[in-house]
Design a protein around this ligand. Sequence first.
Ligand SMILES: [Zn+2]
Length: 267
Amino acid sequence: MKKFALPVVLLLAPLLASCASGSPDDAASSAPPPAAEGEVHWSYDGEEGPDEWGALAKDFAACETGDAQSPIDLPDHAAEKVKGHPKITSSPTVGESVDTGHTIQLVPDGDASEIEWKGNEFDLAQVHFHMPSEHTVEGKALDAEFHFVHTTESGKVLVLGVLAQEGDAENEAWQPFVDGAAEPGSDELPIDVAAMLPTDPTFEEYAGSLTTPPCTEGVDWVIYHEPIELSAEQIAVLKGAYEDNARPIQPQGDRVAYEGTITVNQD
Ligand SMILES: [Zn+2]
């Protein structure tokens, strides 16, 4: 009997490894490396582009059939006011940059930010970018858009969106993210969420989806009204990592955008 013990373990090892790498490639998880076994390939153009996402896999159906998809075109100001008042608690920490094959994520080692709203506590899972912006404002795309993906323990998703445009000065708070994009796999990158956010607390909120397959709905979008500014050099470095990784805007249907303000506290 003992003779067979070792071969059984060896047989099981690759099985266990492939189970672990088969986790869903959604924006809320720290995604597996590109081309992980069992992962469905998708892209931003051609035969695996946004118009085809819904047909690429059964799990991606919402990309085509969903009626609350993201991104959307936002009004300059939303007439309706949100109920309640979200609070961010930011705790400076460090993190690692990860190349997902579609963007670069900055994944915090510990608690980097928590949002309390509507009786839920959302914790920051990762920050990534799209270039140009995915959400447009009155029909116009900005240079880039950052997504702070937050989740609750029960799996609810809130994405804090920050639009970005080119300005004159280097944005110091974002330089670690830029460094991480230049060299994926970098660790000990400082993350100070409070410093990375715009000054104006005004945001627009609406109900949408992940903007990447599987396009899961039920995502609470909170998008800052004021864009941050990055230098031309910082934008060039991000472009060197990924560009043209923005999903086209989706029909808004009868969804309403609400306006509110958010409070940011430093832990
Ligand atoms: Zn995103």
